[in-house]
Design a protein. Sequence first.
Length: 460
Amino acid sequence: MDLAQLLVIALVGLAAGTVNTLAGGGSLITLPALIVLGVPAGVANGTNRVGVLFQSLMASYRFHRAGSLDWRRTLPLFVPTCLASTLGALASARIDDARFEQVIGVALLLMAGVLLVRPRRWLEDEPASGPPWARLLVFLGIGLYGGFLQAGVGVFLLAGLVLANGQELVGANASKSLLVAGFTVPPLVVFALEGLIEPSAAAALTVGSAAGAELGTRLALKRGAPLLRWALVAVVVASSAKLLWPEPEEPPQSRVEQHGLELIHRGVEGAPILIALHGRGDAPSRFAPLYEPLYDRAHVVVPQGLSAFRTGFTWFPTRAAGDPAELAAGVLLAASRVALLAESLVREGRLPVVTGFSQGGMISFSLAAHHPGTVRAAVPAGGFLPEGVELVEADRRPPVVAFHGAEDELVRASWAATSVELLSAAGWDAELHSYEGVGHSLPHPLRSDYLDTLSAFLAK
């Protein structure tokens, strides 16, 4: 990512850190911003947790220095929330969260009503009510939700700490920050092992989030519970609106199933076809807008990965740095399915162009190398040709133009360079465009050059 984009992410982190420290819901700011700046949805989700961790640590330190952090009441809650957050992070790979989000949205609206109707309960310190096992269940549920979805978890923590743990709002806010820091660690480890963190974006987000936590802590300590209560009302209403009325789903007529792949279609029917393949943890509805500048000149087909993964889908289970044989087998299986789709989309002898990011980039490389007769050109981004994928000789070898971030820590640029060299030596017209300062993402100017290359192939 370039300096301007990192500065934007840091400013977004500043705003999110302030909001999160005052009430919660900062992820509603950071996640859309990261995606707009070219970070894939699955990677944005993991990267966001880094900022959450450091802003929570900063806020906890400031609250501790001010004497507002009640360690005696907070530490016993670490075990249930951390254990449950680990289960939540693992479960998010297998559970469809659309209906779950609606339930959370309703719960948030009910909480807003409690905030407005019973304000004194949120402003005064009272003894904890209810049996210990009930409090345990409350915080197990909050930890599970935090690991699963994260967004808005601070709101539920505040509710649990005030209503179940008997703390006043400023003290509960301090405890919330420490608990969030604790139960963010297990999911963060899961995301890191899955390769779903963008280092440069995470670093910028950390700097901004820590500064935001400092600002939010000062405001909380200076203005006290009344400010926190109204901030909490605002965040609760905004969060519930986001969950209850999300972005519209794709219209039914734009979703079809072909050769066992669920697809969405965009652009102009009858125009040159572009097959766009998303990365791990992403979904067609989130990936397709990347190609919106091409909708007036192309028929964009975006198939869905073969298996559910977190809040999206995956084409194969093995990570880029995983077992080479398993990776090659997974890529070849996915490429064979997409090759059947490509053959069915041939019109008047005109083959489709294929592209993709991350996993989609690997499959794009493999289609050009192993199924050369099925595509007109391949434009992989953030991908490479796995060892073990055989090059199939053919009369026609499609050109390959690859794009990659030079600072990519998830899929190394050197892997893409080796793939291009291998194809070139075997007679393919292959080239690699590498961008300094860019990690595992598609920011400008890489994105502009990438879309221009696709446009040129579609026009031929």
